[in-house]
Design a protein around this ligand. Structure first.
Ligand code: SF4
Ligand code: SF4
Length: 243
């Protein structure tokens, strides 16, 4: 039967270190504590000063502009001139002031590419083209679009459709990202702005009905069927809709 090897206790001061290392460590410590007189004293380095970043659009000013005051006075003169000109037009009943009395007056000269009121486009049968995919709501940076989806098993081509589609105009930033994200061209923005005046933010929600009443017959890009002709009483009864 093999006996366990006898392990002798380490000598004092040699705990965990191989024999002979103790002297070497003591010599290293002594060297560290006594710096050699030849080594130069430690020099504290000055903090690195980085050059200020130059921007491509930094203005270069003349000495006249750097003087500051002349330019301030020039700006005040421009503002005062425009104010007096508009005041004169207003006093003499002439048009041309650059402001409008919103909401009594509404501008109509919006640029054709102005991003204003949202509309939901429709299929020729009048149903919304939206497939309730939620892409617009997902991409919206202000998170103001709410969509509730419905399911129509009788329309295999478009089984999903929006039951509720609302936009909170009190928080919409009119960025147009919802229009960009839509895979169906189901949402667009018209140039004129919605009637946003309200003292209640909950009245600034635009509903799906309002977004669908945008006169789709004006969309020349789409063929729309002629207006349906009302049924006569006989036809109505024949189709089971009488009474
Ligand atoms: S225009 Fe911008 S903020 Fe407004 S609903 Fe569309 S994505 Fe959201
Ligand atoms: S409007 Fe377009 S992006 Fe938004 S849910 Fe409808 S189909 Fe999707």
């Amino acid at each position: 039967m093999l006996k366990d090897p006898v392990v002798s206790p380490p000598a004092a001061g040699v705990t965990g270190v191989a024999f002979g290392d103790n002297e070497r460590l003591a010599a290293q410590k002594a060297t560290r504590e006594r710096p050699s007189p030849a080594s130069p004293p430690a020099v504290r380095k000055a903090p690195v000063r980085y050059a200020r970043k130059q921007y491509w659009n930094e203005p270069t000013m003349t000495w006249w502009e750097k003087a500051y005051l002349p330019e301030v006075l020039r700006g005040l003169a421009i503002t005062t001139g425009i104010f007096l000109r508009n005041m004169g037009k207003w006093l003499t009943g002439r048009k041309g002031a650059v402001t409008t009395y919103y909401p009594e007056e509404k501008r109509v000269d919006f640029a054709p590419r102005n991003r204003g009121k949202h509309i939901l486009t429709q299929r020729p049968d009048g149903s919304p083209q939206c497939i309730a995919c939620n892409m617009c709501a997902t991409v919206c940076p202000a998170k103001v679009i709410e969509i509730e989806a419905g399911f129509d098993p009788n329309d295999p081509a478009h089984p999903k459709y929006p039951v509720r589609f609302e936009i909170d105009y009190s928080r919409c930033v009119f960025c147009g990202m919802c229009v960009e994200a839509c895979p169906e061209d189901a949402i667009r923005m018209q140039e004129d702005v919605p009637d946003l005046v309200s003292d209640n933010r909950y009245e600034m929600w635009m509903t799906m009905d309002e977004m669908l009443t945008w006169r789709p017959q004006q969309d020349v890009a789409k063929p729309y069927p002629p207006k349906p002709v009302p049924l006569t009483l006989g036809e109505s009864v024949k189709r089971g809709r009488g009474q």
